[in-house]
Design a protein around this ligand. Structure first.
Ligand code: MLT
Ligand code: ZN
Length: 457
């Protein structure tokens, strides 16, 4: 594959989606062939852009008949090489599946096509006093289909869980072209296997997700954000645990370090938030029907927060300014060259020490590399980013992921396995689990055409 489509296959795709939606020119394909970081770059004979589930069915059937492997792709914001054609696959872009139903205000749900962005879901929900609990910095590019396929986490997992917890139904096309459609959104529906839950996080290996029924949550009337400095990662982990215990409406608890703060300020042109330069920063957000500012202030007392390193914001503009110090990390790190992004979870009791140790683990393998640490401390999830490595040099990846597994952690907290971490899946999954994965893959994608290089490989 990768050598181009035969004229007859190209004509068959054009008959399904229209010639304008079969992209074969190099310029038109290029944005679909590389991931956002620039670490994963492949090539495809064609990008096909179906507009309806029926067109997806016909594309998948054609690929199965022709023995063509397919990479489903949404907003192409994935970070583990799971949505780009690294082995010459056809790219099936879901971005034109962008129908959004009216908001069901009685059920607090919406049905969204796979190509709808998270930002568009938020905009529609906002008009009804609701919101979608999955939010992340790439909100205006990341799509419902991609975030369902990867079980995306984001900023509010600490309160609402990841994408799987928001799913009330799914529509998807299996590898043989059959359609699973279960979008009724019933709160109680105990009629067998939870296929939405199974396909969520399957990374395009079992089906092409074409639509999802999403639960929405009330939009809080009040929110407060605090950015605070702390002396070390372990104190930060303990502080967040103490805040959670008294703030059930804690929406986010994000950690980053002085080096990341400096990089963000230099790269994006922000002023540091405090004259003091603490080693560790934690950003917390609390939101609810009543103003939580006083409760948050009380919670911060006596938990190791450095008194000259506290910024509190209640109005929307200032809250967004504080969030920028955290959200700009991804962009700022990428200016140093494509990073290796190791998205891991540690048991909370081991997280602080791991954050202290991981730069040494990296340096032992690659002394000239730099390690950047930030993440969702409330979830035990730290993003270990390493710059200064060749894209295909994965010695550091192995050392860090083995250290994570050795401490009882997960090698993928929220980004997925993709192609980047496939080699190390057995660190977290037993032979019996991997055999069950393979059996599911064979049952739902018998020809093995859906993302064959991802997850199981
Ligand atoms: C984040 O938490 O900002 C995202 O997972 C993206 C990233 O890890 O760079
Ligand atoms: Zn993240």
């Amino acid at each position: 594959m990768g050598a181009g489509l035969s004229p007859s296959v190209r004509a068959a795709f054009a008959a399904i989606v229209g010639a304008a939606n079969v992209l074969t020119d190099a310029d038109a394909r290029s944005g679909y062939e590389r991931d956002w970081t620039g670490r994963f770059v492949g090539s495809t004979p064609a990008v096909v852009r179906p507009r309806s589930v029926d067109e997806v069915v016909d594309c998948v059937r054609l690929c199965a008949a022709e023995g063509l492997a397919v990479v489903p792709q949404g907003g192409n914001t994935g970070l583990v090489g799971g949505g780009v054609p690294l082995a010459g696959e056809v790219v099936l872009s879901t971005r034109r599946l962008d129908h959004l139903s009216a908001i069901d205000t009685v059920a607090a749900q919406v049905t969204a096509g796979a190509g709808v962005t998270l930002g568009a879901v938020q905009d529609a929900a906002r008009a009804h006093g609701l919101r979608y609990a999955v939010d992340l910095a790439a909100r205006h590019s990341a799509t419902v289909g991609g975030t369902v396929a990867t079980n995306a986490g984001g900023l509010h997992v600490v309160r609402y869980g990841a994408t799987r917890a928001q799913l009330a139904g799914i529509e998807a096309v299996l590898g043989d072209g059959s359609v699973i459609r279960h979008l009724g959104g019933l709160a109680k529906d105990n009629t067998g296997y939870d296929l939405a839950g199974l396909l969520c996080g399957s990374e395009g290996t079992l089906a092409v997700v074409t639509a999802a029924r999403l639960r929405l949550v009330p939009r809080p009337a009040h929110a407060v954000v605090a950015l605070v400095g702390l002396p070390d990662p372990s104190t930060a982990v303990e502080a967040v645990a103490a805040w959670r215990a008294v703030l059930p409406d804690l929406e986010a608890a994000e950690l980053f370090l002085a080096a990341g703060m400096n990089l963000v300020c230099d790269t994006v042109g922000l002023r540091p938030p405090f004259a003091a330069r603490p080693p560790v920063y934690v950003l917390v957000e609390v939101a609810g029907a009543e103003d939580p500012t006083d409760r948050l202030a009380a919670a911060l007392e006596g938990t190791g927060v450095e008194h000259d390193a506290v910024a509190v914001a209640t109005d929307e503009r200032r809250r967004a300014e504080l969030w920028r110090y955290r959200e700009e990390h991804t962009t700022a790190i990428n200016t140093l060259g494509p990073p290796h992004k190791l998205d891991v979870t540690l048991p909370l009791g081991a997280l602080g020490r791991f954050v202290d140790e991981v730069p040494g683990i990296v340096a032992a393998v690659a002394p000239a590399a730099r390690t950047w640490l930030f993440g969702h401390v409330g979830d035990g999830n730290v993003h270990v980013n390493v710059t200064g490595l060749a894209p295909d040099d994965d010695r550091v990846d192995g050392a860090v992921l083995e250290a994570v597994a050795g401490r009882g952690g997960s090698i993928s907290a929220e980004h997925g396995i993709g192609t980047a971490k496939r080699r190390w899946l057995a660190l977290n999954r037993s032979p019996a689990e991997l055999a069950a994965f393979a059996a599911l893959k064979h049952a739902l994608d018998p020809a093995g055409i859906l993302n064959p290089a991802v997850l199981l490989g």
